[in-house]
Design a protein around this ligand. Structure first.
Ligand SMILES: Nc1ncnc2c1ncn2[C@@H]1O[C@H](COP(=O)(O)OP(=O)(O)OP(=O)(O)O)[C@@H](O)[C@H]1O
Ligand SMILES: [Mg+2]
Length: 304
């Protein structure tokens, strides 16, 4: 049995192809990450799997139940934390949690053990309106609400977007402990650095999965040498690296440009002297290992 199984899911909005043939399986107890930029189709996929939206074609099951024929069953078994607007902003923390429990015919007390570690952090503010919480606290409340009926599969759509780095880290810690309690988790994120925290990931772009594998295998399959290039004038440097005839790609990555040579004969030293000849100073060129973001760039280059 798979926690989630999708075959050839397609969805169009008018002429916009939001999903074009998405297939994948999530094993029970896995944290499966859907990683991709704005507009890639993440929310559309989550809404189809949580039975809130119908696909144009394709099939999907959650806990072996068909998302169309058995939508009622699925709604009782999954927890869904949509990116935005999941909380009642005018109600208090405690009232929000009680409403979610009541809707699912349960009580907060019944499954308190599941939310305890998360909810205890916001319990001191239980009389505060949800709308007046910080981003990190809202996220903890939304997660508590999605968990209060003890779902077997949890769908989290961009739970860490707009949340500070410390809360993001804490949040992933909470997901680990939910996994240990046997809950399967599908989580989407635009942050490539969160990919490594998942058991398996799908890289999504323009409604299509570019790759599905463990993050370790994906970085392991990066096919080319990769160099970091730094200098004093980074934007001029980007242009000049790209002008080198033996360079395949050059992308700006935070504090360095990431460069792949097209020709195995080219060395970092040769590139350094080419750039110094162009008047650059403080040049450093050194080999690095690929990150998920490098793999994503490589795969989008190759995509039709
Ligand atoms: N109701 C709608 N009507 C028309 N187009 C839509 C609708 N919802 C989404 N789209 C389009 O479908 C594509 C996929 O959108 P979707 O919201 O699924 O992506 P996403 O990965 O969740 O993006 P985001 O990072 O913005 O949340 C986008 O091009 C989007 O503009
Ligand atoms: Mg979205």
């Amino acid at each position: 049995m798979n926690a989630v199984s999708a075959r050839d899911i397609c969805k169009k909005y008018g002429t916009v192809h939001a999903l074009t043939g998405v297939s994948f399986d999530v094993e029970p107890g896995d944290i499966f990450g859907i990683i991709g930029p704005d507009g890639a189709g993440k929310t559309t996929l989550f809404r189809i799997l949580t039975t809130l939206l119908l696909a144009d074609s394709g099939t999907a099951t959650v806990d072996d139940h068909d998302v169309v024929k058995e939508f009622r069953l699925i709604r009782n078994k999954v927890g869904y934390m949509p990116g935005r607007f999941s909380l009642y902003q005018d109600l208090t923390v405690e009232e929000n949690l009680n409403i979610f429990a009541t809707v699912f015919n349960t009580t907060v007390r019944e499954n308190y053990h599941l939310i305890k570690d998360i909810y205890q952090q916001i319990e001191p503010f239980k009389n505060r309106r949800a709308g007046a919480l910080s981003g990190g606290m809202k996220q903890k409340l939304a997660l508590s609400c999605a968990l209060v009926h003890k779902p077997s599969v949890l769908f989290l759509d961009e739970p860490t977007t707009g949340v500070d780095p410390v809360s993001r880290k804490e949040f992933w810690g909470m997901l680990r402990s939910l996994k240990q309690q046997g809950i399967s988790i599908l989580v989407s994120t635009p942050y490539m650095d969160e990919a490594g925290l998942c058991d398996r990931i799908a890289l999504i772009q323009s409604g299509r999965f570019l790759k599905i594998d463990t993050p370790q295998n994906i970085v392991g399959q990066f096919g080319r040498p990769l160099w970091a290039v730094r200098g004093e004038r980074m934007s001029a440097l980007l242009r000049d690296v790209r002008s080198h005839p033996q360079i395949a790609t050059c992308f700006a990555f935070g504090d360095a440009h990431h460069v792949t040579p097209a020709d195995p004969v080219l060395t970092p030293d040769a590139l350094s002297s080419y750039l110094r000849d162009k008047g650059h100073t403080g040049i450093e060129v050194f080999p690095i290992s690929a990150s998920i973001e490098d793999c994503f760039m490589e795969l989008t280059e190759a995509a039709p």
